[in-house]
Design a protein around this ligand. Structure first.
Ligand code: C2O
Ligand code: CU
Ligand code: CU
Length: 539
């Protein structure tokens, strides 16, 4: 950690958002200089979009507008449906087709550096929004990529060095949907029956301004807000008809993990995960959704009475077995007054309302839930290129900082362990490194925080191609895990996996097509910004 990093981190804890860049000279990345990127004329784009990151004042709560960072978009070429603006602070929804070539002119009009990552998309290194490609105020970076992903729900957000948490918090995020042939054959709910739901927790001052204050403990845990926003709006009420809907849910929060369920106990039916549609629908009592994870739900309001409501909630659970109790707390504003971030050990024992579906109209026809969705070939031990060597992702902690494989982020740094041959398929083991022996010497004897380290859940995200989950093993005894264990979907393609305290997860991931540096990190954005991120060098 450099001196400047340290000072700035200290500063961030007390800063008012929006003043950070102006008051701290020289914190921006030297690495980003000269990385403006011009369009490549031989890339024939089907869709062209101008996307600007800028400051804006938007209505979020009743009363005064909120000062935010916002992506605004303009469609320059392609079908009208390619870009859909949302009210509030989120960027436009980008609707792509598999096989399309997309060019995005990204302009930075923010008072600080910025770079945009297309989370979940399989794109080359220079298009992936690695923080080394950040641009300054007034500069432009042109992203060009072919949409290789299958139908599903991805998203884009800022990925700026040590500013990801604050920039995403202030609004720099938006949804990406992809459609393809296989999906169209399924006749899933579409148009007004295909609803995006971006769930985020925020805190506001009495003047309706975003508040982001962290003490040391909160910074280790990650930011938890007291107000739930859905698609950038508070107290979301969604009018629906008596038929089936497709809900594309993204947890766009910095660190809050939701346990999604229906308030009347109706089971949850999932049809898709991060990487697209499932092979067949899965029915669960609830779904755990960590930051950056997506889940697509099928919900059928047929037979419900007009005038009635169904509430999507986050149910109570215990995130950890730590002496701090739930550790995941952060009391909500509902019923507590506007008290700010609470640190009550039992705070997650309350149920949080996410969105109310209000049945407005009876209609007679509804599509039926397909028994089969899309074929998924399960990757097995036979597919692994190098079966004797498992790639480790060891979650550790040292000096009150979370680490991966014994190190924190360093712009271009990668170790032997982090070198991966291109066009290979790797088995990766993600685990809590409780003994501190991972990576290199000198970790043994690191003391303090071990309890907390093993007690924290971490949503681990890998850039590049989607992976499959091979196994989950829970070593912690105790009933905290029982409150979450039925909410994991392990059958689909994923790019982010929630690793609970005491849990070890084995995944299998292809590394096709593109060489270069690709990030893997914790998607608790406070953890990411404190350095819980590393590069894989694919070569
Ligand atoms: Cu959504 Cu590297 O992140
Ligand atoms: Cu990503
Ligand atoms: Cu983490």
């Amino acid at each position: 950690m450099t001196h400047i990093d340290y000072k700035r981190r200290q500063f961030l804890q007390y800063a008012t958002l929006g003043t950070i860049a102006a008051t701290l000279p020289g914190f921006a990345l030297a690495e980003s200089q000269g990385f403006n990127r011009a369009p490549n004329s031989s890339f024939k784009a089907d869709v062209e979009i101008a996307l600007t990151a800028q400051t804006a004042d938007v209505p979020i709560l009743a009363g005064a507008h909120t000062h935010v960072f916002k992506y605004t978009g303009k469609l320059l070429k392609g079908p009208q449906s390619a870009l859909k603006e949302l009210p509030g602070y989120l960027g436009p929804i980008l609707n792509f087709e598999q096989g399309q070539k997309v060019r995005i002119y990204f302009y930075n009009q923010l008072p600080e550096p910025c770079v945009t990552h297309w989370h979940g998309m399989h794109v080359p290194q220079v298009m992936d929004g690695h923080p080394m490609y950040a641009i300054y105020h007034g500069e432009q970076y042109v992203y060009e990529f072919e949409v290789k992903n299958p139908a599903g729900t991805n998203w884009y957000h800022s990925h700026t060095h040590e500013l990801t948490a604050t920039q995403v918090y202030q609004g720099l995020a938006g949804l990406i949907t992809i459609s393809d042939e296989a999906e169209r054959k399924l006749d899933l709910p579409s148009g007004e029956f295909d609803l995006p739901l971006v769930i985020q927790d925020r805190s506001f001052t009495n003047g309706n301004q975003l508040r982001y204050m962290l003490n040391r403990h909160q910074r280790m845990r990650g930011f938890l807000g007291d107000t739930i926003l859905v698609n950038g709006q508070e107290n979301s009420i969604i009018p629906v008809k008596t038929r089936a809907y497709r809900l594309r849910i993204l947890n766009g929060s910095n660190s809050r993990i939701y346990k999604l369920g229906w308030d009347d106990g109706t089971p949850v039916i999932a049809i898709g995960t991060d990487g697209g549609l499932l092979e067949k629908p899965e029915t669960l009592p609830y779904i755990m959704l960590a930051p950056a994870e997506r889940v697509e739900l099928w919900v059928d309001f047929s037979g419900r009475k007009p005038g009635s409501d169904l509430m999507l909630q986050s149910l109570a659970y215990q995130g950890s077995a730590s002496p701090m109790g739930g550790g995941m707390g952060g009391g909500m504003r509902q019923g507590m007054g506007r008290m700010g971030m609470m640190d009550s050990a039992s705070a997650q024992n309350e149920v949080i309302s996410i969105a109310k579906f209000h049945i407005t109209e009876k209609i007679s026809d509804s599509p039926k839930l397909p028994a089969e969705l899309i074929p998924i070939r399960r990757l097995t031990a036979q597919d692994i290129s190098n079966p004797d060597k498992t790639v480790p992702i060891a979650i550790g902690m040292r000096h009150m900082t979370f680490q991966l494989n014994g190190r924190t982020f360093d712009m271009r740094d990668h170790t032997e362990l982090e070198k991966i041959p291109v066009n290979s398929v790797q088995k990766i083991r993600i685990f809590h490194d409780t003994h501190g022996g991972m990576g290199r010497g000198g970790m043994r004897g690191s003391r303090g925080g071990m309890g907390m380290m093993t007690a924290m859940p971490h949503p681990i995200h890998l850039h590049g191609q989607q992976f499959q989950i091979l196994s989950r093993t829970q070593t912690n005894q105790g009933n905290a895990y029982d409150t979450v264990k039925d909410g994991f979907i392990n059958s689909g393609w994923k790019d982010t996996v929630l690793v609970m305290p005491g849990e070890e997860v084995e995944i299998i991931k292809p590394f096709k097509d593109f060489t270069g540096l690709f990030l893997y990190h914790c998607h608790n954005l406070e953890h990411e910004d404190m350095g819980m991120m590393r590069n894989f060098l694919i070569s």
